[in-house]
Design a protein around this ligand. Structure first.
Ligand code: NAD
Length: 470
């Protein structure tokens, strides 16, 4: 079966002149086709969103909150369909923290956001005058998403944008456009026309849709999640229209294991902190620093756990990890692993599998200068660096242009928190890695991004401030 979805503009399916192929990374087979948007398609979508903005922004909060609940109900009702589609185009397993989990979290995020609002703040109210701070929606928000969590990240963009009174044009990654096309089609069954539009493009077509969005005169904000290199381009393209920006970009998360840990007890959480979604996760562990006293024990426990994790076609119910999503990413992981093998010790894996499959790989004995440590691998290969003093570990962890997330592992939570506070990154976990929640702001320091998502801070980023003094 091949899926062929259309773009949704102004509440209607729109034909496109051409389309591009989407492949299943587990089999190489064609999953379906997605439309190649023309500049006219994009302009139509932005115009529809601009028109819808006039009425959407004027609705009382409760109506937009209700719309998000209706979206969540709709997604829940189609959860299995979306999960099956997502697994076929993305490669991740249906079970575990795979597609079913992602679709469920999508609805969870919509429901959580539906309870939020940004009421008027009274800054001053006395004989000298009254000062009110109002949060005004911006207009059309352009959303660009990556291929690793295409559905969940789409909801991270869409829910706060809609709740705060904006309208949206979303553009998913060309590697994973199908589930988003279908999800937006479903959401349009409960939204007014034009409030949420979707356009797709291959990046290699006549128009790079993401680039055209970033410089579009009638888009007021770009909400971008993807690589640092592309994020920089978005920022440059957005400058002349003074767009508001939230940029969620790459990470090279460090985890520091202190000498007092119970190696066997932390091994499962260490593994999933690094290998969730096959390591193709912005905020997953990408460098593991282990104190010399426990290094051998932690590696042994980690390898024992990792060796038993089933890797296979995501549609097979037993699979817990799937293939790498695309050839470009596979080649990058293969290159970094080959380089790391020259100076490090392969503790597990290390040899590419069939097609786009790459086994969980753990390589020890590396220094901070090794490319598997210093670059974002974004795949199932974890470098281990041994350290002897905590100061040294913190310095190595902070020796990066990225600053998305990090973690500290210890039996002593107070000590771990103290180390956490010295890491230069937006989120630090203690004894876990990668857990995001809708009430906790999430974003990167340094080159990992600009601004945050989630919670009240994230919601405010979809508004401009207006102060009324009377
Ligand atoms: P990417 O930058 O290659 O692509 C992201 C999106 O940008 C895609 O939709 C793509 O079509 C679009 N795009 C391509 N050229 C563009 C241009 N010139 N202007 C605007 N948009 C353009 O990233 P990817 O490979 O899809 O995703 C992997 C990267 O995303 C990793 O670096 C990962 O760390 C990062 N990521 C970050 C977060 C976060 O929240 N910080 C979350 C997920 C992924």
């Amino acid at each position: 079966m091949s899926f062929d979805f259309q773009m949704i503009v102004d509440g209607k399916s729109v034909p496109s002149g051409s389309e591009f192929v989407v492949h299943n990374p587990a089999t190489g087979q064609v999953v379906g086709h997605a439309p190649e948007a023309s500049l006219q398609n994009l302009n139509d979508a932005v115009a529809a969103a601009n028109k819808a903005f006039l009425t959407w922004r004027a609705l009382p909060d409760v109506d937009r909150q209700g719309a998000l609940v209706a979206i969540a109900d709709k997604l829940d009702a189609h959860a299995e369909e979306l999960a099956q589609l997502l697994t076929q185009e993305q490669g991740k397993p249906l079970g575990g923290m795979g597609s079913r989990w992602e679709v469920e979290k999508m609805a969870t995020w919509a429901r959580f956001t539906a309870k939020m609002s940004l009421p008027v703040e009274v800054i001053q109210d006395n004989e000298a005058g009254r000062v009110e701070l109002h949060r005004k929606p911006l207009g059309v928000v352009g959303s660009i998403t990556p291929w690793n969590f295409p559905l969940l990240i789409s909801m991270w963009h869409v829910a706060p944008a809609l709740l705060s009174g904006n309208t949206v044009v979303i553009k998913p990654s060309p590697y994973t456009p199908l589930a988003t096309l279908r999800a937006v089609e479903l959401m349009n069954e409960v939204l007014p026309a034009g409030v949420l539009n979707v356009v797709t493009g291959s990046d290699a077509g006549a128009v790079n849709v993401g680039a055209a969005m970033s410089s579009h005169a009638d888009i007021r904000k770009m909400m971008f999640t993807g690589s640092c290199a592309t994020g920089e381009k978005v920022m440059q393209a957005a400058a002349s229209t003074m767009k508001r920006l939230t940029l969620e970009m790459g990470g090279n998360d460090a985890a520091i294991v202190l000498p007092d840990v119970d190696a066997k007890a932390i091994a499962p959480a260490l593994f999933w902190g690094a290998f969730i979604n096959n390591g193709q996760t912005c905020g997953c562990m990408k460098r593991l620093y282990i104190h010399a006293d426990v290094c051998d024990d932690v590696i042994a426990a980690l390898v024992e756990f990792a060796a038993k994790v089933p890797v296979g076609d995501g549609l097979l119910e037993g699979s817990q990890l799937g293939p790498i999503q695309n050839q470009m990413q596979f080649d990058k992981v293969a290159r970094l692993v080959a380089q790391a093998k020259e100076s490090g010790k392969v503790e597990l894996g290390g040899v590419p599998g069939e097609g786009l499959f790459f086994p969980p790989t753990i390589i020890s004995g590396l220094s901070n200068a090794n490319p598997l440590v210093s670059e974002e691998q974004f795949g199932p290969a974890l470098p281990i660096i041994k350290y002897s003093s905590i100061e040294q570990a913190i310095a190595m962890a902070n020796d990066s242009d990225n600053g998305l997330c990090g973690s500290v592992w210890s039996s002593d939570v107070a000590t771990a928190r103290n180390v956490a506070g010295q890491l230069e990154c937006g989120t630090v976990w203690v004894n876990k890695h990668g857990a995001l929640q809708p009430n906790a702001p999430f974003g990167g320091m340094k080159k990992s991004g600009l601004g945050v998502e989630f919670g009240e801070e994230g919601l405010k980023a979809y508004t401009d401030i207006q102060v009324i003094m009377s």
